[in-house]
Design a protein around this ligand. Structure first.
Ligand SMILES: [Zn+2]
Ligand SMILES: [Zn+2]
Length: 282
């Protein structure tokens, strides 16, 4: 039997393998299909699809969108959408714009506090990465404004910090709608994470299933056997597809292997078949 992996990150977001390298790695791991699910971007898909055709690995269009839920961030995976659909692209562009506006405002707030920081310094610090608060922390440390990265967060960048800028966040509703409008299937990623953060999974599902959620990520490296059973129960209760994946990030999560997670993860091909049925592709 062949296995698949429906959750992976490339250098287009916070993974360390390029899209082509990741597909070749999937081939080496004997996976028949691989979904590329970078955070809030479809940037890795074209390269992965080309390499998939060359290598005989089925590359599945995917994305993982961060959305706001109380004190947590719900990650909504999307599969098998049309990657050129305008409403999905507009939604993802909106997120990039919001992030830029926020970063610029953060620079302004720091300057108003008398700190000689510029956006270019933070941009340079980030290099190829998307500019985020850890880059601000490093610049503040380099400027001698703080003695440690933790202090940069405590004094300036965290919720209680003097320069904090409120984040305008994507709603689950908007993300689910964008994925469905583009013909895709929205799936709630790694549910255990929200339980660990003190959220009520039942309440989450009661709220977002009516918005059009169609699946839940049941098989995931950190899910125990007992949790997996619990999520299978939720899937049946809400008539959701059960999906799974390793959430592979390369060297950024070195204990996680593509396809197998901590070694015992197995996602069967039949899961992709079900997703295709939901997407109306079969
Ligand atoms: Zn996630
Ligand atoms: Zn992920």
């Amino acid at each position: 039997m062949s296995f698949i992996d429906l959750h992976s990150h490339t250098t287009a977001s916070d993974g360390t393998y390029t899209p082509a390298e990741l597909v070749l790695h999937a081939k080496k791991q004997n996976l028949s299909a691989l979904a590329i699910t970078d955070h809030d971007t479809l940037g890795g898909l074209p390269e992965a699809l080309i390499q998939g055709e060359k290598s005989g690995v089925e590359v599945v269009n995917g994305v993982e969108i961060s959305t706001a839920w109380k004190n947590s961030s719900l990650h909504i995976l999307g599969y098998l959408f049309d990657p050129n659909h305008p409403s999905l692209l507009t939604t993802l562009d909106w997120m990039v714009e919001q992030r830029q506006v926020r970063n610029q405002k953060l620079v302004e707030n720091l300057q108003n506090l008398g700190i000689k920081i510029t956006y270019e310094m933070v941009r340079d610090e980030a290099g190829e990465d998307i500019v985020a608060r850890p880059h601000f922390a490093k610049v503040l440390l380099a400027l001698g404004v703080v003695d440690t990265l933790d202090q940069a967060f405590d004094d300036y960048l965290s919720h209680q910090g003097k320069a904090y800028v409120h984040k305008v966040r994507m709603t689950p509703e908007k993300a689910i709608k964008a994925i469905r409008d583009a013909g895709g299937v929205p799936v709630l990623a790694h549910p255990q994470q929200y339980i660990n953060e003190g959220e009520d999974l039942h309440e989450i599902l009661e709220t977002i299933v009516p918005l059009g959620l169609e699946g839940i990520e049941v098989w995931y490296p950190s899910h125990s056997e007992e949790m997996t059973q619990q999520f299978l129960f939720h899937a049946r209760l809400h008539k959701l597809i059960s999906t799974g994946g390793s959430d592979f990030h390369g060297a950024n999560k070195p204990d996680i292997q593509l396809g197998t997670g901590y070694g015992d993860l197995r996602v069967e091909e039949s899961v992709l078949h079900e997703l295709k049925e939901r997407a109306g592709l079969l």
